[in-house]
Design a protein around this ligand. Sequence first.
Ligand SMILES: [Zn+2]
Length: 342
Amino acid sequence: MPGNANMVTVWEKDPSSGRTRQAPKPDVNKLPLGFYFPPPEPPVSDDTDSEDFRYWVAAEALRRGADFWTPCLAPPPKWAPGNTLQVRPDTIYDDLNSDYDGAVLTFSHGSAPANPGLVVYAGATPDILCHELGHAVLHALNINLWPPGGTELEAFKESFGDMSAILCALQVSEFRDTLLAETQAAGNFWISSSLSRVAEQFGKVVRAVAPEDADKDCLRNAWNHHNYEAPATIANRQGPDVLTVSSHSFSRVFTGAFYEAFAAMFTARAANKATRSLELQIASTHMRDILAASVVNAQRRDDFFAHVAARMVDASAGKDASYPAIFTDVFTRRSILPGAIA
Ligand SMILES: [Zn+2]
């Protein structure tokens, strides 16, 4: 029996780390941005292999993510479908998938045929929970972007999900400490880390089933060097470990630029300061606000990456005078924005 009925045990970030933490028991029904989980509410559990534990991982991650994004939504904050979003925390065996269909968040679980013993649960993977939540947040921020669009708009939606996963993870103080120890040991924040590797455990199983659908070390690594290439020029490209026009693959271009800019924002903020964890959290809320401001009135365009990137440069000036140069440098070097005319 857990010792404190007001606390739940959840993963610190990815299940593959094995690290858990205690969190206040979340109220999924709380408004604004409520959730509806099918009853009954299970008891809390410290058994990481149990359905009850997985329920509370989903509840805590979605509550934390919704609370994080709430300040960006025009008052009164609401989901696109209304005050409450339906959640199916675990459905359909052997479907390595998760989904936001405009009204419901759905999570499945599965395994690779070569390793049936390792069953991975999308709905108990905080990165995937906060990725799908990101789809719902983007829908709420700008409903005009919701209908399917071109390669760049669809890839941006996937990038927004991964950016949401990364920013929501940074709201966990225990995880910030883990990450800071990891990056300080490396002497650099801009490395492949437990933050940049989105959905490590889930990605490992996806990769075993479909090598072209996951990076080598996780589902999608935000620490990457994928530069922008016009979708028309790579339309026929396919295979693992290359940039293709599928929305998940192409999303890595935008996510990589976001992550490189974020690393520079944090590194500049944290220089010579003892309060690195606090600076990391501040940088994450700045990035959240810059992203949200950039998509709120964004238009449906074929050059959607450049459109949003230019808006991020502008929005960043309102947060810190040093930010526009950081965003401009990263977006031009990665060919998302055209370079300055010499
Ligand atoms: Zn997605």
